[in-house]
Design a protein around this ligand. Structure first.
Ligand SMILES: *Cc1c(COP(=O)(O)O)cnc(C)c1O
Length: 439
């Protein structure tokens, strides 16, 4: 059993996180329940920032808020001095509601609307990561109407795709995101932005994938980007103030995952950027990175109540929990794997292998296949580890299942930061037929 962060087993044989008994939390707030280890989030955020500081490199570490965006989380990110990535008006709104400094917000996305860009400009956010030609003109229009200018990064596709352990160099650069580096699109975009009266070109951005366990892909991307920057220096006299290498740093979900330490990624990236900058005789640009999963992923644990059991004789024991693809769609979407224990009997001996089923009307709603557990029944609770990223943020109301509550724990204290949805919440936006009256 692998325990993350401050997680431990207390003298009642219960899982404890941040000094708080998760069984008590579940009894108090109901299940499913997302529990976040705040100290671990802080530790992850600091290890990124501290490495840049130690190596004396100007940097912004922007938390990719799509991994888990709520007002309390954004406030925590602010406390830790990170910057923030948003990819929609809703994420931007959440950040502004949380009081996050707009100048440290960066706006991503391949189809930002007029309204979203207008909102970003009116709120004077720090930077827009421009994705395509349509966006260049739309953004110029919005800036003109608001009589504002805006710093931008150009998102480029360096032709490298990371598949966790190996990297594919795609000649085609076949992606919905960004300007192709190899096919001339990025060159044209740079010319357009450099000649714009409204956009200021800070530099370029790439994001090569997610759940990456090696530094190779980041170094390859940096190399490709610098090859272009050399041309742009010669052709346009352009020298980047910022180089953004995106996110995607991998975490340990199960024993199959072998992440490297945060400082190792950062050190490798800095070394490579320094080498290329020296060769180009330019100052090392400010380095921006955008971790999402690696800030919050292993800090989140979901507590479920166990319900029904179904035995398929000689084949399998299905054990069902009171959530599933509504609070964690990753197994159904990506065959993602998780580890879990009984929250109320953590150290009891393993007696059987079960497959953990969700409660949704989909055969694919399986949370964990072949999980070794003590013999569990409906008095027990299951704790699934590493659900902090893309869990709550992808939660949905399929089968009209209300979304769970979220609790932060730290130093023996708990704080409810998202309420559980109620059935009333589920019908809040529904409008009855005109001919019927409901009272
Ligand atoms: C999703 C995303 C990230 C964060 O990815 P993680 O795998 O959660 O670190 C960062 N940058 C961009 C542009 C993204 O799309």
């Amino acid at each position: 059993m692998y325990l993350h962060g401050t997680s431990k087993v207390n003298d009642k044989n219960h899982l404890e996180i941040g000094g708080v008994d998760t069984v008590e939390l579940a009894n108090k707030y109901g299940t499913p329940l997302y529990v976040y280890d705040v100290a671990l989030i802080r530790e992850r955020a600091r290890s990124f920032r501290d490495t840049f500081k130690r190596l004396n490199i100007d940097a912004q570490v922007a938390y990719a808020s799509k991994a888990f965006s709520t007002v309390a989380m954004i406030q925590l990110v602010e406390e830790e001095g990170l910057s923030l990535d948003v990819v929609s008006g809703g994420e931007l709104f959440t950040a502004l509601q949380a009081g996050f400094p707009p100048e440290r917000i960066h706006f991503h996305g391949n189809n930002k609307s007029y309204e979203e860009l207008d909102m970003a400009i009116k709120n004077k956010i720090g930077c827009i990561v421009v994705d395509n030609y349509f966006e260049i003109s739309l953004l110029e229009q919005v800036c003109m109407e608001n009589n504002e200018t805006i710093p931008v990064l150009l998102r480029v596709t360096p032709g490298i795709e990371a598949h966790t352990h190996d990297y594919i160099l795609t000649g085609q650069e076949d992606s919905k995101f960004g300007f192709g580096l190899e096919n001339g699109q990025a060159d044209k975009a740079v010319e357009q932005v450099l000649s714009s009266n409204y956009l200021t070109l800070l530099g370029i951005h790439s994001h090569i994938g997610s759940q990456i366990f090696e530094t190779t892909g980041f170094l390859m991307a940096a190399g490709k980007m610098f090859a272009k920057l050399k041309e742009w220096k010669e052709n346009f006299g352009f020298i980047p103030a910022v180089l953004n290498l995106g996110g995607g740093f991998g975490i340990r979900y199960t024993e199959e995952d072998t992440p490297i330490a945060v400082d190792k990624y950062v050190e490798a990236i800095i070394g490579e950027v320094r080498k290329h900058a020296d060769k180009l005789s330019i100052d090392i640009p400010e380095i921006w990175i955008e971790p999402g999963r690696s800030i919050v992923g292993d800090a989140g644990t979901t507590i479920y109540s166990i319900g029904s059991r179904k035995e398929v004789p000689n084949i399998r024991q299905y054990l069902a929990i009171d959530g599933g693809m509504t609070d964690n769609i990753r197994p159904a979407l990506y065959q993602a794997k998780y580890e879990a224990v009984l929250a109320n009997r953590v150290l009891d001996p393993v007696e059987e292998t079960v497959s953990v089923a969700g409660k949704c009307c989909e055969s694919g709603d399986m949370l964990i296949w072949d999980l070794p557990l003590p013999k569990a029944n409906s008095n027990d609770m299951l704790a699934v580890f590493c659900t902090g990223a893309y869990g709550y943020s992808m939660a949905n109301n399929y089968n009209r299942i209300p979304r769970p509550a979220v609790v932060f724990v730290e130093n023996g204290e708990e704080q409810l930061v998202v309420q559980r949805e109620s059935y009333e919440d589920l019908v809040r936006l529904d409008i009855p037929l005109k001919t019927k009256v409901i009272d």
